[in-house]
Structure formats: C-alpha cells, structure tokens
Design a protein around this ligand. Structure first.
Ligand SMILES: Cc1ncc(COP(=O)(O)O)c(C=O)c1O
Length: 464
C-alpha cells in the first residue's frame, strides 16, 4: 500500500481557500491516474505539518474529496483512493456477455438496418459504372453529389447550408477531431460544458488542450460564467452540445443560445456545435450555427439517426476556415470512404432514413415509458427523444459506488466522473442509456435492479 503525498507547489498552484486547493491538487492526480485504487492518503496530521496548514484544513479537504467520490474513509485505517474509470463512457466492449445489460453506451437501436443495407447493396451491385465511380479518389470534402443530397436533406432541420460548406467525415467523433486539429494548437484553452461528451474530452487530451468547464444549469451553460472564463483565459474555442446534451439530456432554449453567441462574438471565440444526438429532437430551437454561421462549426452524423457502423457524418464549416479543415482532413485520411456515404445518401433519398428515424423514436418512446414507471420516484432527468437518462443519486449513494455495485450484477452504466471537466465538484449522478440494449424485458430487469439498489444501503467499499 503506497501513501500518496502531495507536494506544496502543486497545492499552491491551485485557486480558492486552502482546503479546496489541497482537494483540487489531489483530484488532478487522481484524474490523471497517478493515484490508483486503494492507495492511501497520508494521515491528516502529517499532511498538515508538511503543507503548513491546520489539521482542520486537511480534514475539510478530505471531506470534500469523499463527498465528490474520489476517496473513502475507513474508521481506524485511514483514507483511500476510490477506483476511477479512465475513459469510461468512451469505450466499447467487444463481447458483451449474454447475461450482461449494457446501459453505458448511447448507440442507435439496431432494428431494420441490415435488411435495408442488403437491399441497397443489391441495387448498387446492378450499377457497375456507378460502383466504379466510387472507387476513385476525390476532393477531401467528399463527392459533390453526396454533399448536395446531405445539404438539401438538412434543410428540413432548418439548417440552411450548401454542398460547398460541407466536409464528409467518418462520423461525429472524426468531425470533432478534424475541427480541433484545424483551429487549435497544443496548450490552447478550450471551454466546454462542465459535464461533457467523453469522446470530446479524450480528443482534447490527445491534442494537449487546456480544457475548462463552464457551469451548467437546466438550460445549458451559464452565460455569466462563460463570459468570466472568456475574460480571464482568452479561450480559443468553446465546444457545446446544446441539444439533448450528453449526459444531462437538457436542451438550451433559443434566448440562451443568443446570449452564448453574443459572448462568443464579443470575445472572438470559435464555437464547435456537436449536434450528433440533437437531430432526433423535434421540434427544437435553431442550431447555434443559424445564429453565427461565420463562427460555428456544426458537427453532425448519421450514427444516431441511421446506424453507427456506417461511420458517416459531416461538418458544416464557416466559409473562411474551409481550406484549413480540408487540409486537416487530407492530412488525416485523404478523404472518407465514398461508399458508406453513398449508402446513407440513398437512404435519405428513398425514405429509408425517415423510416429508421421513426422506428427508433417509437422504440425510445416505449423505453422511456418503461423507465418512468420504474425510476420516477428518483426524479430522473430526461427527454423523450434522448438515448439517455441522467439520474442524480440519493445522498447515501455515490456514482462510482453504484457503478461498481451494478457491475457485479452484470449491468453497466456511466458514472458522472466520466463526463467531468476540470476540478470542479462532480454531482453524484449516473447516465443510464436505454437505446442500445436489445430486449425491452432485459431493460426492465436492469432498471428494476437499479431501483432496488438505490432503495438499499451501499455496500462497504472493500466489497469491490
Ligand atoms: C455528443 C456526441 N458527439 C459525437 C459522438 C460520436 O458520434 P459518431 O459515432 O458519429 O462518431 C457521440 C456518440 O455518442 C456523441 O454522443
């Protein structure tokens, strides 16, 4: 068992009162995985001596760490680091055992897709000339006729753009990476929601960005905090998920969107709008892109609407940055495979896309009904067209504890720490994704288990 000391310089580099600085320094170490499961924090008196603070200060810091789920105390033995889940929420288990219920991933329910695919492939196989055309190299933005089809399909969502402003990507995650690679350099400060999509957090880490979280309420980021961070840190960009936010499922209303865009204009900050989940919500407020097309990178994808395996998505870029994005895409992969975009485009044109979207909206509606019956007494936060339920926990439960206890029951969910940015307090909540699981009955059983656990006392940490 290693005792984990923290050095005074690290503590002094943090902001806030002393106890918060100590807690923040430990959180940074725990989040970067320098500290691991069951490592012990020093006895409070010894750490107080080393940092020249009172025992009361250390005690408050440990209490804060415990409240936020980073450590647990054991009477008579000390304070221990709780197991963290690096990159959880952004990992796919290859083989999900039959008896496992995966409520951790927001993946489109797979229903009719393979039938439609087989029809489309049959059709295409009878067009050898056209197939030959798909085998060439094209401009990195993607084949013009495919961009035309996608641009005109987007009009029904009030997204007025042209084929010239579209770049076709291998899905939303690829879009996020291409935009970041185009407009940011290592060390740049980038803002995002204080709870954010784990794929974005992973990408920002890889690009060595300095991520700062903007505080949230039920309408999205809080404009005053956004502005304060702009003044203090001069960020390069803000990444936002304003419609069916992942993980809280909230949608930012139109007036708040206008405030956000006004602040971005005032401080000259790029906006990266990730709408990969958002197109399922109808009606919905105008995209941020509509408020400031010269400042917003709009990222979309067919993964949630049609099928994730297509790996087909797009970026709508401001006119001025098109050459930058084209260069990044070229450097990254030359161009994305025309054949998968072709499948998506044919589905947009022959009505299969609408059929799939309607099918999954009705699946989601049924599942939300099931979930509401089982979880309503815990006040879940959700939206009928979201893949997710955001569940703030009763005070006796911590998110990581619930995650661990459910894992033992072969149920996977995502704890709040997976979405956390910076070292602000993490709410004790979990994200439950209801889209991916195959059988309604399996979902009911998993949700009942969650409710049963929440109505009971958490197990002792040592049990896991
Ligand atoms: C907000 C958000 N952006 C992007 C993605 C990734 O999309 P894709 O599967 O198209 O790469 C996801 C997937 O869950 C997501 O939730």
């Amino acid at each position: 068992m290693t005792i984990l000391w923290i050095n005074p310089e690290h503590v002094n580099g943090q902001t806030g009162p002393s106890y918060q600085r100590i807690a923040k320094a430990y959180i940074e170490q725990i989040r970067t995985c320098t500290l691991t499961h069951h490592n012990q924090l020093p006895p409070q008196r010894q750490l107080a001596d080393r940092l020249s603070v009172t025992v009361g200060t250390v005690s408050r810091a440990y209490k804060q760490l415990e409240d936020q789920g980073y450590v647990y105390g054991h009477v008579g033995r000390g304070t221990f680091v709780r197991q963290q889940q690096p990159d959880s929420g952004f990992q796919i288990q290859q083989h999900i055992a039959e008896n496992r219920s995966d409520l951790s991933l927001g993946i489109a329910p797979l229903t009719e897709q393979h039938f439609l695919l087989s029809q489309t492939l049959k059709q295409m196989s009878q067009q050898p000339k056209f197939l030959a055309s798909l085998m060439g190299y094209y401009s990195e933005q993607g084949m013009p006729h495919q961009r035309e089809i996608i641009a005109s399909w987007l009009k029904q969502f009030n997204l007025m753009t042209s084929a010239e402003q579209l770049l076709l990507t291998n899905g939303g995650q690829h879009g996020v990476n291409i935009v970041i690679a185009s407009i940011c350099k290592p060390g740049d400060t980038v803002l995002c929601e204080q709870l954010s999509y784990p794929g974005f957090i992973a990408s920002a880490r890889q690009h060595r960005l300095q991520l700062l979280g903007v505080q949230l309420d039920e309408k999205g980021i809080i404009p005053d905090h956004f502005e304060a961070l702009c003044q203090k840190y001069q960020p390069r960009a803000i990444y936002l998920n304003p419609t069916l936010h992942n993980p809280t499922t909230n949608t930012t209303p139109a007036e708040r969107r206008q405030q956000i865009v006004d602040i971005a204009n005032k401080y000259n900050i790029w906006i990266i709008e990730d709408d990969v989940q958002g197109l399922l919500q109808q009606p919905r407020p105008p995209a941020l892109y509509n408020y400031a097309p010269e400042r917003v990178f709009y990222i979309g994808s067919f993964s949630k609407l049609l099928a994730g395996g297509l790996r087909s998505g797009w970026i709508i870029s401001p006119q001025s940055t098109l050459p930058l994005l084209a260069r990044s895409l070229r450097a990254n992969c030359w161009l994305t495979p025309p054949i998968t975009h072709e499948i998506a485009c044919r589905w947009l044109q022959d009505g299969s896309a609408n059929q799939l979207i309607n099918l999954q909206l009705s699946t989601l509606a049924q599942r939300h009904k099931m979930a509401a019956n089982i979880l309503s007494s815990f006040n879940p936060i959700t939206h009928p067209q979201s893949y997710h339920i955001w569940l703030p926990l009763p005070p006796i439960w911590q998110a990581q504890e619930l995650h661990n206890a459910l894992a033992q029951e072969h149920i996977d969910i995502t704890p709040s720490a997976s979405f956390a940015v910076g070292n602000a307090p993490i709410p004790q909540a979990v994200r439950i994704s209801i889209s991916h699981i195959k059988e309604g009955n399996q979902l009911i059983q998993a949700l009942q288990k969650i409710a049963e656990l929440l109505n009971s006392i958490p197990p002792e940490p040592e049990d896991w």
